[in-house]
Design a protein. Structure first.
Length: 190
């Protein structure tokens, strides 16, 4: 006899949040991802705030797989006090690829934590919304090298050939040879 699908989701949700080990929680979150059931969103939002980064990573992917129904609770997490929750919320929104989240992710480009700025830029590149072009071009001046690299990659995805000028200008400003090389590589792929 097959288990009731709703009961199965309920059991997995319980394990995703309260499983004894991180491995058990990751396994439950992964099963919820495969189920793609919006009923799992509350548990996945809790898992996105887990103490274990592997659980948070799995939850971000699962929420991205569920899609648009996960947007409202993820938006609320963009202002969470812990940077790692804001980071994963931005990541999940990028996986969803809904242009309605572009303004929120643009706002996250000015987050005080560089990890969040990095992930917001990456998410905007995945979404590809033209509204992100100027904010991403501005982020090419960020103090953090990894944020600048993420912004450069996202800018190329969003702007295509239009990104050539700001990327070329970024090379001229760059002092780190590794960054110059990364931007040249991005330019070469345009």
């Amino acid at each position: 006899m097959q288990a009731d699908p709703a009961e199965r989701i309920k059991g997995l949700a319980e394990q995703a949040v309260h499983g004894d080990t991180a491995d058990i929680r990751v396994e439950a979150v992964t099963a919820l991802r495969a189920a793609k059931d919006p009923e799992a969103i509350p548990a996945l939002i809790s898992a996105l705030q887990d103490i274990d980064k592997n659980v948070r990573n799995a939850a971000a992917h699962a929420l991205g797989t569920i899609g648009r129904a996960a947007i409202p609770p993820l938006v609320g997490l963009l202002s969470a006090p812990q940077w790692f929750i804001r980071y994963r919320a931005a990541e999940a929104l990028g996986f969803i690829r809904d242009p309605q989240t572009t303004p929120l992710l643009i706002a996250a480009l000015s987050d005080p934590e560089d990890h969040v700025r990095y992930m917001a830029a990456k998410a905007l590149g995945t979404i590809g919304d033209q509204r992100a072009f100027e904010p991403l071009a501005t982020l090419l001046r960020d103090k953090n090298e990894y944020v600048r690299r993420s912004a450069a990659s996202a800018l190329a995805k969003v702007g295509g050939e239009r990104a050539r000028l700001p990327l070329t200008q970024a090379i001229e400003r760059e002092t780190r040879e590794e960054m110059k090389s990364a931007i040249r590589y991005i330019l070469g792929a345009l």
